[in-house]
Design a protein around this ligand. Structure first.
Ligand code: M7G
Length: 313
C-alpha cells in the first residue's frame, strides 16, 4: 500500500523522503554548474518493491556556502588536511571539515515532467523579442495550454496546505494581499544569501504582461510590506535588496523575487529579471505599458515556448 501524506500525495519515492538517496538510480547528468557549485541529475527512484522502474526524478545537489557565525567558523579548525603541494611560504591542501559543516543542499522534483528536464538541461540560449502580437499568437496560448498542476505548489502555499511553518508574512487581502515565503533556493542559513518570494493572492495575474496601472496598489503593497518585514527580521535595508519579477517566469502565477543585492545567480540576468521599481515606474507613466510593449528575454532551445515560437517564424 502506498504511503501518503495528509493531502493523499504518494510518498513512496524510493527512500528519498525517508532519509536517504539510496534508492536513486542515475540516468544521466543534466547539468554541471560550477558557478553554483551544483550538479543536476536525472534518474529514477526504485519503487517500493526495489524495482528500478519507479518515478522519474531530478535531484539537484548544491554545496553550501560557509556559515560565518563564530562558533561555526571555530569548528573549522577541526578540518583534516591532505597536502597537495608546498612551495616556499605557499601551500595547498584538500580539506575534510567535520561532518556537521560538510552538509549539502539536496532538492528533489519527483515525479518530474519533460518540462522540468528541459528547464534544467544544458542548452543553447537565444534572445527573443516578444511583440504584443507574438504574445497573443504564441505565448498566451502556450501559457493557457499548461496543466493547472504546474502551479499546484503555489496554490498549496496560498491555501496553507504546504510550507505553513515557513510562512514569513501574510497580508490576506484578496486584491492587494500576498504571502511572503523563503524561496526554495534559500536554506535560510545566512541573511546575506536572502531569497524570498512574495506570492499574490490574486489568481488572475499570470505574469508582468497582465499588469496594468490598476495593479499599482498591489505592487506597492508587496514592496512596502515585504521590505518592512525583511528589515525587522533580518536587518536588511531596502537599498540592499534586489526586487524583481521574471519574464518569462517558470510558473505563471504572479510573484516577486526579493534577494540580497550581493547574491548572484542566473535568475538576475538581463533578459530574465525586471526590477519591480521599473515595473511600477512604467505603469505609472503608461497604464497599458505591458500591453503595448515589445519585451525581450532569453529562452533556452529546449523550452517548449522557444519551439512554439520557432514554428511561427
Ligand atoms: P520563476 O520566476 O517562476 O521561475 O520563479 P524560475 O524558477 O525560472 O526562477 C519561481 C520561484 O519559485 C523560483 O525562485 C523557485 O526557486 C521558487 N520555487 C519553486 N518551487 C517549486 C517552490 C516551492 O515548492 N516552494 C518555494 N518556497 N519556492 C519554490
Amino acid at each position: 500500500m502506498a504511503k501518503r501524506d495528509a493531502d493523499g500525495v504518494d510518498l513512496t519515492v524510493g527512500s528519498a523522503r525517508m532519509g536517504s538517496l539510496e534508492g536513486f538510480v542515475l540516468e544521466r547528468v543534466l547539468l554541471d554548474a560550477p558557478d553554483k557549485k551544483a550538479l543536476f541529475l536525472l534518474g529514477r527512484f526504485k519503487d517500493i518493491t526495489g524495482e528500478e522502474n519507479g518515478k522519474r526524478a531530478i535531484v539537484i545537489l548544491a554545496k553550501r556556502h560557509f556559515e560565518t557565525e563564530t562558533s561555526k567558523v571555530e569548528q573549522l579548525s577541526q578540518t583534516a588536511l591532505q597536502s597537495i603541494f608546498t612551495n616556499d611560504i605557499y601551500s595547498k591542501y584538500g580539506g575534510t571539515p567535520p561532518p556537521s559543516l560538510n552538509e549539502i543542499n539536496v532538492d528533489i522534483i519527483c515525479p518530474c515532467t519533460d518540462k522540468h528536464i528541459a528547464k534544467y538541461s544544458k542548452q543553447e540560449t537565444f534572445i527573443v523579442r516578444e511583440t504584443p502580437e507574438l504574445y497573443a499568437l504564441v505565448t498566451l496560448p502556450y501559457i493557457l495550454s499548461l496543466p493547472a498542476t504546474t502551479i499546484q505548489w503555489v496554490y498549496n502555499i496560498l491555501e496553507k496546505k504546504k510550507e505553513v511553518e515557513r510562512l514569513l508574512y501574510e497580508d490576506p487581502d484578496a486584491a492587494q494581499g500576498f504571502m511572503l515565503h523563503p524561496d526554495l533556493k534559500w536554506d535560510q542559513k545566512q541573511a546575506s544569501e536572502l531569497y524570498c518570494l512574495a506570492i499574490c493572492h490574486n489568481r488572475d495575474l499570470r505574469s508582468v504582461r497582465d499588469l496594468r496601472q490598476e495593479h499599482l496598489p498591489l505592487l506597492e503593497n508587496i514592496k512596502t510590506k515585504s521590505c518592512q518585514f525583511i528589515l525587522d527580521k533580518y536587518g536588511i535595508m531596502q537599498d540592499k535588496l534586489r526586487i524583481y519579477l521574471h519574464y518569462q517566469p517558470s510558473y505563471y502565477h504572479l510573484h516577486v523575487h526579493f534577494t540580497h543585492v550581493d547574491l548572484f545567480g542566473a535568475g538576475q540576468n538581463v533578459g530574465k529579471a525586471i526590477l519591480l521599481e521599473d515595473v511600477i515606474n512604467n505603469l505609472a507613466i503608461d497604464p497599458d505599458y505591458y500591453l503595448k510593449s515589445t519585451l525581450s528575454y532569453t529562452l533556452g532551445s529546449e523550452m517548449d515556448l522557444y519551439k512554439a515560437m520557432q514554428s511561427h517564424l
